[in-house]
Design a protein around this ligand. Structure first.
Ligand code: PBG
Length: 324
C-alpha cells in the first residue's frame, strides 16, 4: 500500500477519526497517588522542589485522601516521615508509627480507597540508607527481618497492599512468609522490582528527608545502564511471590516497561517519580511547556509502553483533566 493509494493522513483529519483509532486511552482507574504523612498536628508543608505536593499530618491527611477518592482515584501510596530516626529505623515497624496511624485514620474514614504502603526504612534511619549499616556496608540479610516486620505492621494496621522499595535481595520472599504466618495470605505485594539508582529521586529525598548521610544507593539499586538485569530482578520477585511488579523511574525507562510487558504477564506499575514531576512543574512555571498537555502526554506514553498502573504526583490533576 503506497502513496497515493494509501494516505495515513486520511484518518488523522478530524478529531472524530482520531478518537476512533486511538490505541491508548488513560483511565482514572490506573492512577496511584503518592502521599507523604508526617508527625505533629495541623501540618500541610509544601515540598519546595515539588510544588503542589505536601507533607500532611495525620489529622489533615484524610481530607486529601477524600478529595482523591472523590475524583475517582482508586489507590494511594503512603510514605512516612517520623519524628525520630535511629540506626535501625525503629519507627518504621512501630505499630503506632505515622504510617500505621495514618492507615487506621484513612481506612476508618474512607474505607473504599486502596491503601498501599511503601515498605523501606530509608525515611526512618539516621543514616538515610534503605538497609541496616554494618561496617559501612548495607547488610542485606539483617535488613530482611526489619522489612518483614514493617510490612506486617502495615497489614495489621489495615494496609491493602504492601510495596517494598528497598531493593534488598530476597525481600519479597521474606515479606510473603511473615504475612502468611500472621494470616495475611490475601495481602498483595507490589514490588519495586526494577528500581534504578536514579538521580530523578532528588526531590523525593528532600520531601522524605532521606538523603543518605554517606555514600549512595548504588550497591542495592540498579545500575541505570542495565536492562537485561532488570528482567532478572523482575523474574526473581515474581518467583518470590510478587503480585504486581514495578519499574521505576518511568519516563527515562520506557524501554524497560516495554520489555517487561513482553516477558511477564503480571500487572505492571510504573513510577512517574519526583524528578519527572519537578521538571514539568519547573518548565511550566516559566511558561516553557503547556503543563496539562505535557502531563497527559507523559502518562499516555508510559501506558503505551506497557504500564497498567501509574504512580504519579499528578494523579489529582490527571483525574480532573480526564473528567473534563
Ligand atoms: C524509598 C523510595 C524512594 C522513592 C520511593 N521510595 C527514594 C529512594 O529510593 O531514594 C522515590 C520516589 C520519587 O522520587 O518520587 N523509600
Amino acid at each position: 500500500m503506497y502513496y497515493p493509494i494509501y494516505r495515513p493522513r486520511r484518518l488523522r483529519r478530524t478529531e472524530g477519526f482520531r478518537r476512533m483509532i486511538r490505541e491508548t486511552i488513560l483511565h482514572i482507574e490506573e492512577l496511584i497517588y503518592p502521599i507523604f504523612v508526617t508527625y505533629g498536628r495541623d501540618k500541610r508543608e509544601e515540598i519546595s522542589a515539588m510544588p503542589g505536593c505536601y507533607r500532611f499530618s495525620i489529622d489533615n491527611i484524610t481530607k486529601e485522601v477524600r478529595e482523591a477518592a472523590e475524583l475517582g482515584i482508586p489507590a494511594i501510596i503512603l510514605f512516612g516521615i517520623p519524628d525520630k530516626k535511629d540506626e535501625i529505623g525503629s519507627e518504621a515497624y512501630n505499630p503506632k508509627g505515622v504510617v500505621q496511624e495514618a492507615i487506621r485514620a484513612i481506612k476508618t474514614e474512607i474505607p473504599k480507597i486502596v491503601v498501599i504502603t511503601d515498605v523501606c526504612i530509608d525515611e526512618y534511619t539516621s543514616h538515610g540508607h534503605c538497609g541496616v549499616v554494618r561496617d559501612g556496608e548495607i547488610d542485606n540479610d539483617a535488613t530482611l527481618e526489619l522489612l518483614a516486620q514493617m510490612a506486617l505492621s502495615h497489614a495489621q494496621a489495615g494496609a491493602d497492599i504492601v510495596a517494598p522499595s528497598d531493593m534488598m535481595d530476597g525481600r519479597v520472599k521474606a515479606i510473603r512468609k511473615v504475612l502468611d504466618e500472621h494470616g495475611f495470605q490475601h495481602t498483595p505485594i507490589m514490588s519495586y522490582a526494577a528500581k534504578y539508582a536514579s538521580s530523578f529521586y532528588g526531590p523525593f529525598r528532600e520531601a522524605a528527608d532521606s538523603i543518605p548521610k554517606f555514600g549512595d544507593r548504588k550497591s542495592y539499586q540498579m545500575d541505570i545502564a542495565n536492562s537485561r538485569e532488570a528482567m532478572r530482578e523482575i523474574r526473581l520477585d515474581i518467583e518470590e511471590g510478587a503480585d504486581i511488579i514495578m519499574v521505576k523511574p518511568a519516563l527515562p525507562y520506557l524501554d524497560i516497561i516495554w520489555q517487561a510487558r513482553q516477558k511477564f504477564d503480571l500487572p505492571i506499575a510504573a513510577y512517574n517519580v519526583s524528578g519527572e514531576y519537578a521538571m514539568i512543574k519547573a518548565a511550566a512555571s516559566q511558561g516553557w511547556l503547556d503543563e496539562e498537555r505535557v502531563i497527559l502526554e507523559s502518562l499516555t506514553c508510559i501506558k503505551r509502553a506497557g504500564a497498567d498502573l501509574i504512580l504519579t504526583y499528578f494523579a489529582k490533576d490527571v483525574a480532573r483533566l480526564l473528567r473534563k
